[in-house]
Design a binder for this molecule. Structure first.
Ligand SMILES: [Zn+2]
Length: 58
């Protein structure tokens, strides 16, 4: 099982897709991407929870 997330699912005009085997690893990739490309997104715990709700398992 792979966990994945894409910026498109979050309504962003961005083609980034991240995937990892664990949620922890995936969230680390998401944080890095958000800090690099989406500086307007504040990584509050509420926002992190809503990002986590977009994770898909494939
Ligand atoms: Zn993005």
């Amino acid at each position: 099982m792979t966990k994945s997330i894409s910026c498109k699912d979050a309504g962003k005009d961005c083609g980034w897709v991240g995937s990892a085997l664990t949620e922890k690893e995936l969230m680390e990739k998401v944080m890095k991407h958000v800090k690099a490309e989406h500086k307007e997104i504040e990584l509050t715990s509420a926002n992190i929870d809503s990002i986590k709700s977009l994770i898909r398992e494939t």
